[in-house]
Design a protein around this ligand. Structure first.
Ligand SMILES: [Zn+2]
Ligand SMILES: [Zn+2]
Ligand SMILES: [Zn+2]
Length: 163
């Protein structure tokens, strides 16, 4: 089974507005199906997380929102991010303490993230084989896995070729 690319590197030349539109549409759809309200603030925060292919920090989101609406307080932003995380619409990259939009919402507890240390972009893979392997290896030492978010550092092809 091949790894599925849920979120690609932008490669510097794609139409990113399409990524944002797709992500917002998918989120709307998923919330509707689950009977959850996709409020204006949740939508805007998701849009800001998707502003580029680079992870976004909570305080960056807060900064932008504060300029847009005076009512934007830290708890509002954190609650919206928490909601997006719980719904699998964004993921938290722990090593960077920042968020990325999910390329295909619906999996909360596993994922492999490729982090380019040169341009800062993050790609997302869904590799069931890898998940299985890690689960089995952990089991061998009696470890039970809850979340399996793998963060991998490296260099994307775009950055490699421009070196
Ligand atoms: Zn894009
Ligand atoms: Zn994802
Ligand atoms: Zn790169």
């Amino acid at each position: 089974m091949q790894a599925k690319v849920l979120r690609e590197f932008s490669r510097g030349r794609h139409k990113h507005s399409a990524c944002i539109t797709d992500a917002l549409k998918a989120a709307e759809h998923s919330c509707k199906e689950r009977g959850i309200r996709f409020t204006a603030i949740r939508r805007r925060v998701l849009e800001l997380v998707w502003a580029s292919h680079e992870p976004v920090k909570a305080y960056d989101v807060l900064d932008i929102l504060r300029n847009e609406r005076s009512s934007a307080a830290p708890p509002t932003v954190y609650r919206a991010l928490e909601f997006l995380l719980e719904e699998g619409l964004v993921h938290k990259i722990e090593s960077l303490n920042a968020y990325v939009g999910c390329g295909e919402p619906g999996h909360l507890d596993s994922g492999q993230f490729l982090i380019c240390s040169s341009c800062g972009e993050v790609a997302e893979l869904d590799d069931p084989e890898l998940v299985k392997l890690i689960t089995e290896k952990a089991k061998q030492i009696g470890f039970s896995i809850k979340d399996q978010i793998v963060e991998i550092l490296g260099c994307c092809s775009q950055c490699l070729s421009s070196k």
